[in-house]
Design a protein around this ligand. Structure first.
Ligand SMILES: NC(=O)c1ccc[n+]([C@@H]2O[C@H](COP(=O)([O-])OP(=O)(O)OC[C@H]3O[C@@H](n4cnc5c(N)ncnc54)[C@H](OP(=O)(O)O)[C@@H]3O)[C@@H](O)[C@H]2O)c1
Length: 445
């Protein structure tokens, strides 16, 4: 009954045996520690180093509850939320765990002096709790990160509206950057058969978020022909937003910060790309004052590329630094759809450009159960592809999160958990061969 027995059974394809091995009492997970919450006090965000705060340590396996599953995690990925957790910004995630711990007898398990982080996984179901019938030990799965209780009618139409909505591995404990993970069985979805463990683990959070933000009627409701301005178009979210735009017959205008990133956008099929570093946009004259002339210069560049058209949709997440420009350049009647504020959450924009030209700002957050399922279905069918650029071992997770914090990465950064090496887990070799170029387009840049 050891982790090695579980890994051995998976690697030798004895999946039917996985359920009979039993659940180990402890496992290795990537954690932040409550007694280190103040370790970066007084430092600027950029100087807070995830390599110092993320640790790989033994943790106790939580007892499995009704409707839950424990998954043997083969691979996971870095999301920006793990960067936020590791630098204890904008708040320490131990507050989330304490609050969740007060919700019920069962959720008390989440309130611990350590937080096992991570909101993506691919792996094999090890055990299921009472009442779970759809999934069995031995099933190859990925997990989306929407944790909801669904006891309240508010979430019954759109599960993101549940008052107890949380992001698993960020606002709950026992996340995916670990050898084992605890999820609600409703988070489980089939693993794409043509992908390796690390490729399959990498789309989850950002792919589902981009789907809701751009495609779903809950987000911007993009349609054929729309011009879509995409910030960070080769990053975690942007790599999917760009694919959805092209898939849906719309026209992406990709914003990136280097020729290498511009090249990735072109590899995805985008033709209109702005290198914001080369153009040298300075939307802020000083930390308090924006420069509308720079918004105009940016808007003129977009029109130059589109033949005079403004964006129907602006795909926002950088936040404070870009939001004024985003509202300005959006087409009359168009939509700014935002899911984040990486550079600061106190946004400032000139409201005259919003109301006089009838624009909308739409808030979007992760994705509901159905949207997550649809986004995963598109991955499984080979319509949307992973954007994995690099994979680290779990012991190097600090460096992986550091790369994302410092914007040194492309697309997604993967982490091997129980998988001993890259390249394992593929079942459908024909579908893989068909899409190999697309699967690898973020590699080696
Ligand atoms: N609400 C949700 O459900 C949700 C889901 C996923 C992510 N998020 C949030 O969304 C944000 C982005 O996540 P991600 O996974 O896409 O991160 P990412 O992989 O770091 O990509 C973001 C990209 O945005 C661009 N960018 C960063 N700062 C910028 C700035 N000041 N001005 C212009 N562009 C900037 C960068 O691209 P270039 O340098 O190439 O321009 C960067 O690569 C994070 O804050 C994350 O927490 C929210």
């Amino acid at each position: 009954m050891s982790i090695d027995d579980i890994r051995g059974a998976i690697l030798s394809d004895e999946l039917a045996a996985v359920g009979s091995i039993g659940t180990p009492k402890t496992y290795q997970g990537v954690v932040v520690r409550a007694d280190e919450q103040e370790m970066f006090a007084g430092l600027a965000s950029k100087d807070k180093d995830p390599r110092k705060s993320l640790h790989v340590q033994d943790v106790e396996t939580p007892e499995i509850g009704p409707g839950e599953a424990i998954v043997a995690v083969m691979a996971s990925a870095i999301n920006y939320n793990t960067v936020w957790t590791s630098i204890f910004e904008p708040v320490s995630t131990f507050g989330f765990l304490k609050k969740y711990g007060r919700y019920s007898e069962l959720t008390k398990r989440h309130d611990r002096p350590y937080h096992v982080v991570g909101s993506d996984l691919s792996g094999v179901v090890l055990a299921v709790g009472a009442g779970v019938t759809k999934w069995r030990p031995g099933d190859e799965v990925v997990a989306h990160c929407l944790s909801v209780e669904l006891e309240d009618a508010a979430g019954h139409d759109d599960s993101m509206m549940d008052p107890q909505q949380r992001i698993w591995g960020f606002e709950t404990n026992f996340g995916g950057l670990a050898e084992l993970a605890l999820v609600k069985a409703n988070q489980l979805m089939p693993k794409a058969q043509h992908l390796t463990w690390e490729e399959a683990a990498s789309p989850g959070l950002v792919n589902s978020t981009a789907y809701r933000q751009l495609v779903s009627h809950h987000g911007a409701g993009m349609k054929q022909g729309d011009v879509v301005l995409i910030w960070g178009a080769s990053g975690g979210l942007g790599g999917y937003a760009t694919q959805y735009t092209l898939n849906g017959g719309a026209i992406p205008v990709c914003v990136v910060s280097s020729p290498e990133k511009a090249e990735i956008c072109r590899r995805m099929g985008a033709e209109l790309v702005i290198d914001r570093a080369a153009e040298g946009y300075e939307f802020w004259k000083d930390p308090q004052t924006q420069d509308p002339k720079e918004w105009q210069r940016f808007g003129a560049k977009i029109r130059e590329l589109t033949g005079g058209e403004d964006p129907d949709i602006v795909y926002e997440h950088p936040g404070r630094e870009t939001f004024g420009a985003s509202v300005y350049v959006t087409k009359r009647g168009g939509t700014v759809v935002t899911c984040a504020s990486t550079s600061g959450f106190m946004h400032e924009y000139d409201n005259r450009y919003l109301w006089m030209t009838l624009k909308r700002i739409v808030g979007s957050h992760f994705a509901n159960y159905r949207e997550s399922w649809e986004a995963n279905r598109l991955i499984s069918k080979g319509y949307i592809h992973p954007t994995l650029s690099k994979t680290y071992a779990m012991s190097e997770v600090g460096q992986a999160a550091y790369d994302v914090h410092k914007n040194l990465h492309q697309g997604k950064v993967g982490v091997l958990c129980l998988a001993p090496e890259e390249g394992l887990g593929v079942r459908d070799h024909d579908l893989r061969a068909k899409h190999l170029t697309e699967i690898n387009r973020f590699r080696g840049i």
